[in-house]
Write a protein that binds this ligand. Structure first.
Ligand code: CTP
Ligand code: CA
Length: 226
């Protein structure tokens, strides 16, 4: 192509995307989770598919329909997510995007029977969950990895810290304290950081943001792959 910057395509690329919340069971009727709707991850999956990629979505429980042509593999817990994402990457993966809102902790024991109420207060003991994104990015055969950072303050500081600490190629920072944006909303505004640059995208519909994000990622992926 002469004198132009056509937006890079993802034709022939295999893409794995995590999306939605995880659920960490306490007993047969209760769990710990969060407000993630999965909309951003599903919009990215649709945009990656439209750019020509083969897409696997590793998804927690959400109420969003699977995008046409995208394979959805459902999971419940953070531990399930680590296993299923690892399997999907083993099958071949050029690009890994983690949009999931993974529970950082899970109950340290699962009560086989429903817990009955007794005292005026109770304590739940929690243990740290594995980090799927950091695990995939740390592999010797790591694909190009893109993380998300949901923050309520010092957004740039924490995002850059996660980019470096998790050894990511890009991070998409999201100020979840902004009213009407982010979690559960159809709209979002993000700033993308990578080692050589940054770009603010939005505010706008998640579907439009997703297309721009995929174009930006495809450009960087092309640079890296040569
Ligand atoms: N992530 C993951 N597995 C986890 C936790 C996070 O794959 N157990 C991924 C998320 O999908 C996201 C990125 O890591 O792409 C950052 O998630 P976030 O919750 O913002 O960061 P944490 O590293 O968990 O740090 P903290 O919650 O303390 O800010
Ligand atoms: Ca977290």
């Amino acid at each position: 192509l002469v004198g132009g910057t056509a937006s890079a395509s993802l034709a022939g690329r295999r893409v794995v995307i995590t999306a939605g919340p995880t659920r960490e069971p306490i007993d047969p009727v209760r769990y710990i989770s969060n407000h993630s709707s999965g909309k951003m991850g599903y919009a990215l999956a649709a945009a990656a598919r439209a750019a020509g990629a083969e897409v696997v979505l590793v998804s927690g429980p959400v109420a969003v329909a699977a995008p046409a042509g995208v394979e959805v593999r459902g999971i419940m817990t953070a531990q399930d997510m680590l296993e299923e994402a690892g399997r999907a990457v083993d099958e071949g993966c050029d690009l890994f995007i983690a949009t999931a809102a993974v529970a950082d902790y899970r109950p340290d024991t699962f009560a086989g029977d429903k817990i009955k109420k007794s005292n005026e207060s109770m304590n739940l003991s929690l243990v740290r969950n594995p980090d799927t994104l950091a695990t995939i990015a740390g592999r010797s055969d790591a694909p190009f990895t893109v993380g998300f950072a949901a923050e309520t303050r010092d957004v740039e500081h924490y995002a850059l810290d996660k980019l470096a600490r998790k050894k990511l190629n890009m991070i998409v920072a999201n100020d979840v304290s902004a009213p009407g944006l982010g979690f559960n909303s159809d709209n979002n505004a993000v700033t993308v950081f990578w080692p050589q640059g940054r770009e603010a995208i939005g505010p706008g519909p998640k579907a439009v943001l997703a297309q721009r994000l995929i174009a930006l990622i495809a450009d960087q992926l092309t640079d890296k792959a040569g």
